[in-house]
Design a protein around this ligand. Sequence first.
Ligand code: NAP
Length: 291
Amino acid sequence: MERVGFVGLGTMGAAMAANLVRAGYPLHVWNRTPGKAGPLVEIGATEAGTLAELVAAVDVVVICVSDTPDVEAVLFGPEGIAAAAREGTLVIDCSTISPRATREFARRLRERGIAMVDAPVSGGSEGAIHATLTIMVGGEPADVERAHAVLAAMGRTITHMGPIGTGQATKAVNQVIICGAYLGVAEGIVLAMRAGLDPDAVVAALNNGAAQSWVLANRSGRMVEDRYPLGFKVALHRKDLAIALDLARESGVSLPVAGLTAQLENGLIAGGHGDEDMSALARAIRELSGM
Ligand code: NAP
């Protein structure tokens, strides 16, 4: 069994790391801000004093940090992975970041004999806790095969999409698709309420028909109540839309619904709602309707 290191013990990372320990991996963990590793150490993980110390102790490093500059910092910072890893180390990046930057990071690592796959995840904090994540993987077939057992301890549906960066591009598509789902349900709920219908009865009536979706089933209740506990932060989805809209520009594609969602999310973030669940898009539609 390979020795694994985990970098980034946030909402997703801490839960994913715990599943690696439960799967039997000798796991070393590190977080930029100290004090996050306690529960993992209790179940058998080893906390590294520094990132360089973690990298020196393992064969495979899993990263789950916030954004593209953060992955760059842990890879290429002065005490970072590129400086400390031995040849043959495999990096598995589970953060959601830019596909273009991912290709460039992998190229720079390859020059040092370090392999990388991109493996962004979908399925939310529930998926991270229950090891049921959907994972989209990009990279060389041999590297993806080597990463598979580690990913299988954290997720259920693991798909090799193609060369490095294609996992991130697939995740961008996922974030575009959910724009339409959230906005469509938000508009439908607001219309139902203003048209004098019982919105719960509308959801129950429609959820087995052509309008059925995960968002209608799981997030319409929050939109009716106008309360948006987490979930998935508006600000994180807005970060992902920046990646998707960048990819759209590079690809010469027009994405009107994703563009509109980005504008509505800008308004929510400016109004102090960036830390609410993404179903707060209904808040924006309600305001446009004077509710
Ligand atoms: P989070 O709870 O905010 O945690 C972010 C983690 O990244 C923290 O451990 C943070 O360390 C670390 N970090 C950030 N910048 C860093 C830097 N420059 N150097 C070192 N460490 C850094 O975020 P999350 O919800 O776990 O999300 C992590 C990634 O998964 C993101 O790319 C997100 O888009 C993606 N994702 C999230 C969800 C979800 O439902 N939450 C679902 C799918 C994918 P500190 O403790 O020091 O701040």
